[in-house]
Design a protein around this ligand. Sequence first.
Ligand SMILES: Cc1cc2nc3c(=O)[nH]c(=O)nc-3n(C[C@H](O)[C@H](O)[C@H](O)COP(=O)(O)OP(=O)(O)OC[C@H]3O[C@@H](n4cnc5c(N)ncnc54)[C@H](O)[C@@H]3O)c2cc1C
Length: 383
Amino acid sequence: MFVCPSEDEAIYCESLEKLLRDVAPVQRVQALDNAKAFDFELHAAMAELGAWGVGVGEELGGGGGGPVLQVMTLELLGRHATSMAVFGVIQYMASRLLRQYGSDAQKAQYLADLCAGKLRASFCMTESGGGTDILATMKTRAVREDGGWRLTGSKHWISGAARSDVLIVVARTAEHRSRGISLFLVPASTPGVTVSELGTFAINGYDTCAITFDEVVLGEDAVLGTVDQGFMQVLGTLNSERLNAAAVAAGIGRGAHRLALDYAREREAFGRPIGQFQALQHKLVHAGVELEAAWTMTVSAARLEEQGRDVSVESAVAKLAASGAGQRAAQLGMEVIGGAAFALELPMQRYYRDIRLYSFAPLTDDMIANFLGERWLGLPRSY
Ligand SMILES: Cc1cc2nc3c(=O)[nH]c(=O)nc-3n(C[C@H](O)[C@H](O)[C@H](O)COP(=O)(O)OP(=O)(O)OC[C@H]3O[C@@H](n4cnc5c(N)ncnc54)[C@H](O)[C@@H]3O)c2cc1C
């Protein structure tokens, strides 16, 4: 509504919307979600459109574009195919890490195929002993040995690992809290790597996994970027990840809002459409205002990032706004649709479940508020 796409952005979004209508109609997305199955057909169609290469230059096998096209892609996916939207956030993070920190050989080996949808990657940082406080709790270690590294430990809650070809693993390589962490590119088929799927209640179309690394032998060339600087490298991608998470949350919220609105126009009670009752009408208006504000902030911050500006505060504000607006819209959607909201054929229950992820990933809303309290409002650090 307030977002003015450029002509190229508008053409891309129209093509993507058409693709989603054709390849991912709601009945198909629901059926796959109920069956807990990844949508390989949609993944391939998105690759064909060039969606997985957004943010990577053509010289590296990508399709060009930057943060704005990424958030536009993810917002549309959030509305139509929530699990694929989560896949998209990981895909863009992996391709960004490779583009920014990969050696020429690593880029040649992985980047073009990742953009073309021929490879899939997972980002493995969280462990069962800690997420928010992972720097203090990380037990996964890589130890130098002749000509390479030996990786041991485990990761938990890792998106997509059961179907990923390559794992980007965050491991401790020295004792210094933040400057003792490195990133490793680990082919999922490497001996000693075991992936098992976890049972979860949401994001059904994209697996969530536990991984163990049992004395995994890696070459020197497995290091992504600089040894001991891995955490700084991850921090360098944090703004884009927040913006991309905000885009998915805004998309899920907008999907839920649109569905609730359509239902409120059609469903009758006491001889009139339920959308005529002021109690519902006002709530739908407030939810719509909140969503548009969050989405507009997300696109504005992505535009600033595209211009090379530091958007650490803006991306955090957008993420907090979109996560809250998305959750409240899905909650309202469940209320407006009443009993039918429980039906597995309707996507409202999926919006309601899947939006939960972005209240705590990639960083919890509490931690984003901590960051904003300190960096935006100038208040003393709270922890
Ligand atoms: C479906 C799913 C997919 C995921 N995918 C990935 C993935 O692909 N890769 C990956 O690495 N991780 C992934 N994660 C993990 C996710 O990033 C973590 O769950 C998240 O970082 C939060 O960590 P935690 O769950 O350990 O929560 P905790 O760190 O245990 O936090 C619990 C609560 O305490 C609060 N809290 C903690 N410290 C503070 C503080 N200082 N101030 C205020 N409140 C605080 C938090 O806000 C939160 O509410 C995934 C998780 C899920 C469920």
